[in-house]
Design a binder for this molecule. Structure first.
Ligand code: PAF
Length: 288
C-alpha cells in the first residue's frame, strides 16, 4: 500500500499499471472511512486489478456555514482500512495540490443542469457543482478506470453518471448498495455528529423506507399516500425535521405521481445540525 500526495506521481503510477494490461478501479472519498466505504473498496478490488482510494475533503462542495471545518478527518485509519481491503494506493492530496491557485480562484466548474437543482440541490445550491468539479478532476487524473460510488448518495450517483456520459469520460461508473448499521441506519461519515438521542431517533429514515415498501407491497401506488406514510413514520422521532420525502424516476429524478417498480424513494431529515439522507428502490419482487 502506497500513499501518494501529488498528481504527477499518481498519473505515472496508474499509467504504469495500465501499460502492463492491468485495469484500474477508483473509490473517490472524503475520508473518515467506514464499513460503507470498505464495501466500495471490496467491490472495486473484486472487479479491477489495482484500486486507488482517493481521500480529499473537497472544500468546493461545502457552502459557507456548512461543516467543512468539523468534517471528520482520519487519514491514518483510512489508509489502514484501504490497505486491509486490498487497495493498492491511497491518493491523499492537500488542497494546494488540487486547487493550486486557491479554492476561491477555481474558474472552471462542472455543472450538471437540472438534476443538480432539486432535492439536495434545493437546499445546497452550489453543492453538486463542487462535487462534479472535484470528481471530474479526480477522474481526469486517474484516467481510464471503473469508478465506484455508493447508492447512499443516490442523487450524487445519478448526477455523476450523467456527467460521465455527457462528457465521454473513459470511465465506467459502478453504483454500490447502501451499507446499514444493524438497526437500519445508512452508514455515513456524518453519523458521528449525532448525539446519542438523535442517533437512536435516526432509525426513522430507514423505517420510513420500509413503511413505503410495505404499503407498495399491499398495492398502494398513490405517491401522496406513500409520502404521507413515510412522513408519519419520521414524525415518530420528536427531533426529526424532515426536509423532503420524494418518490422519483431513478434516471431523471423527476417526481412521479404513481409509484411503479424501480421508482426511487428519497428521504432527507435533519437532526439538529446534522442532515441525514437515505433512499431505496421500490420493487415488486421485494413486495412479494
Ligand atoms: O461522496 C463523497 O464522499 C464525495 O461527494 C465525493 C464523491 C468523494 C466527492 O468529493
Amino acid at each position: 500500500m502506497r500513499v501518494i500526495e501529488t498528481i504527477p506521481e499518481l498519473r505515472s503510477e496508474l499509467d504504469a499499471i495500465r501499460a502492463t494490461g492491468r485495469s484500474v478501479g477508483v473509490v473517490p472519498t472524503m475520508g473518515a472511512l467506514h464499513a460503507g466505504h470498505a464495501s466500495l473498496v471490496d467491490q472495486a478490488v473484486a472487479g479491477c486489478d489495482a484500486v486507488v482510494v482517493t481521500v480529499f475533503v473537497n472544500p468546493l462542495q461545502f457552502a459557507a456555514g456548512e461543516d467543512l471545518g468539523s468534517y471528520p478527518r482520519s487519514l491514518d485509519s483510512d489508509v489502514r482500512l484501504a490497505g486491509d481491503h486490498g487497495a493498492a494506493l491511497v491518493f491523499a492530496p492537500d488542497e494546494a495540490e488540487m486547487y493550486p491557485r486557491g479554492r476561491e480562484a477555481v474558474l472552471t466548474q462542472v455543472r450538471v443542469e437540472g438534476l443538480s437543482n432539486r432535492w439536495e440541490g434545493a437546499s445546497r445550491p452550489t453543492h453538486f457543482a463542487g462535487v462534479c468539479t472535484v470528481v471530474a478532476k479526480l477522474l481526469h487524473i486517474v484516467g481510464p478506470c471503473r469508478a465506484f460510488f455508493g447508492e447512499k448518495d443516490f442523487q450524487q450517483l445519478t448526477i455523476i453518471r450523467a456527467m460521465v456520459a455527457d462528457l465521454s469520460f473513459p470511465v465506467e461508473v459502478v453504483g454500490c448498495p447502501t451499507i446499514r448499521e444493524p438497526d437500519g441506519l445508512a452508514m455515513s461519515s456524518r453519523n458521528v455528529h449525532l448525539s446519542a438521542s438523535h442517533r437512536a431517533q435516526a432509525t426513522v429514515l430507514s423505517q420510513a423506507l420500509v413503511a413505503v415498501a410495505g404499503a407498495y407491497a399491499t398495492g398502494e401506488r398513490d405517491v401522496s399516500e406513500l409520502v404521507r406514510i413515510a412522513m408519519e413514520r419520521i414524525a415518530a422521532a420528536p427531533d426529526a425535521e424532515p426536509d423532503y420525502v420524494a418518490i422519483v424516476d431513478p434516471t431523471t429524478l423527476d417526481p412521479v405521481t404513481m409509484a411503479q417498480d424501480d421508482s426511487r424513494v428519497l428521504v432527507a431529515v435533519r437532526f439538529g445540525s446534522t442532515r441525514l439522507l437515505d433512499n431505496a428502490p421500490i420493487r415488486s419482487e421485494d413486495a412479494a
